[in-house]
Design a protein around this ligand. Sequence first.
Ligand code: GAP
Length: 677
Amino acid sequence: MAEPKENVQMEKIVSLCKRRGFVFQSSEIYGGLNGFWDYGPLGAELKRNVKELWWHAMTRQRDDVAGLEATIIMSPQIWKASGHVDTFADLMRECPLTKKRVRADQVEPQSGIAFNYLGAIESFPNEPINIGSTVHAETNVIAKALEKYIAKESPSSLKDLSQSLKKFGQLNVDEELKNLFQGITGEQFDQAIQKAVKDAVPFLNAEKFTVLLPHGKPPESAQKTAIQFYQSSGLKNPILLGERSEKIENSTDFHPESGVKLNEPRPFNLMFKTHYGPIESEENIAYLRPETAQAIFAQFKNVLETSRQRVPFGIAQVGKAFRNEVTPRNFTFRSREFEQMELEFFIKPDEVIEAIHGSVFRPTPNSQLQSPEPNWGWQAWHQYWVEERVRFYEDIGLSRETLGFHHQTPAELAHYARACTDILFKFPFSKKDEHGNVVGDELEGIAARSDFDLSQHQRFSGKPMGVFDDELRAAWAKLPKEKSDELWKRYYDHRKNYLMKSSKPDETAEQISKQATDDANGLAKGQYIPHVIEPSAGVDRLILALIANAYSEITGTDDKGKSETRVTMKFHPRVAPIKVGVFPLLKNKPELVKKAQDVRDLLRPWMNVFYDETGSIGKRYARQDEAGTPFCVTIDFDTLGEKPELLDTVTIRYRDDGKQERLKISELLQFLLSKTR
Ligand code: GAP
């Protein structure tokens, strides 16, 4: 879908990404593949930095998170259990002409003149159809007859048409039409036309077709499109039947590119299907994972046992995910292949916290939740993770003003989720609200998913996914009966509710009640299935947000006094693809070149350095500004000791304000590390 015209900023970003090697269209030399993107040299570095920063913040910097790297293709049972096979679908609508699909909720409203056709009939000018003992009619004559008939009866299919054709003779067809069948009158006419139409049925396509033309476009263009449609459905030389036009305002029923009226919405599963092994059969269907999360649930027990973690703790994973999105759009924002950074943070159910600590801490929106406490229930953990994630974004240069929040309403929440807060970024394509404020689009969702996922895998795999907590068992034994009964009942109700919503068709109400009773009795013995808080972020969306956030233009005059607009990518030094540019002042002075290469080699083991000796220093700065390099270091004659007091010092130049100062080479590495880590 074309970007809206006002999105000049987005066009500039897309063009810079290609020109400077951040993002290229996948398979570009073959015309590209919609929804797939490659990262060029700068993009690859940027992406690597982002993933490493996330991994660092979420696992290595914490005691309570362990990492995982699972396969993309897993047992299809995983996707049965997670619900993806049955429900991971978007409602989509298809253009009957081009077969292109759009998400039903994302069709841009359009206005114009709609041309409706009731069907088409094959034209065989040299093969008249016999319509009686003496008279033959060409199909265009019969087309006219049919047109009248279809207009009056509106059959919805070819089958309907042929069945109801028996009535045709009784229709009050007009004089003009009768004249086409010269020489036949009265009853003879009725019989003749009935036969003619019946004979014509094999040459007929009674599918309705509508195309919208923008105001001012000639109707011939609609006819051309309609003819293409009927040709694509089998007719060689279609004669269009029953053209009718009407004015349309702001309708979402038409494909934005072809203008053709869309088919009715149908669910469309977003998972990419493939087969494993040498035989392509139903038994060896596999799916490319649509999220990284499910591998974490499936490996929950293995990680728990090998990492010596105890609930509350999390498992983090970064990796590819695939969704056959109906309408990939907004550059990399909605792609078909993308990467996710997901944490599944397992927590104790509130009943367990209450049994152990007497009560559950309930945060207010203003609670400062920076260091976790044992009495936190799901609400505090949820709020904590939203804050943690915002702090992460701030740390890599996305200020709070660039972000927004969407708290999903009960109607939007998945049936098993208790809350979900989306962190939004205000992209150049983001829409404005009724007050004119940019709302933002989803960068990350932080969901409180209850114990749904582990419970599903327990039920589908038959393997226990619960944990044993001796603190709970000891605390439970000391609870007053009233309290333990209350907690037991709450846990029972929660489990029963889950089981009822997720039960298999052959499970009875008694079986469900018995299972919920067993689960609640298990709680009293120290056993439960952990609940989960899931901060789930998209790498590619974050890259796009960082690029959009960094993009800034300065218009000035060049050396020759001509106005020029220069782009500076103001990345935070932590994410910047290149941390420092190293330049010898002149490339034809071997002493300068040697010294500059020594500086490059000093820094290189620690960070991504770009060595450049071509063009003027000004040009070299400009190239690095466009790449988003926060620091440039120049080795000049003073470095070599022309002014003895400046021996072994370099000029460091700051990207964002262009300021320069001198720094000792011996202090350079430490200085740069302190700024870029
Ligand atoms: N496990 C939960 C989950 O996958 P999601 O909201 O469907 O939740 C999480 O996806 C994040 O993954 C989104 O916030 C977004 O950043 C990213 N994401 C999802 N679909 C994407 C797509 N088609 N292209 C790029 N990123 C996508």
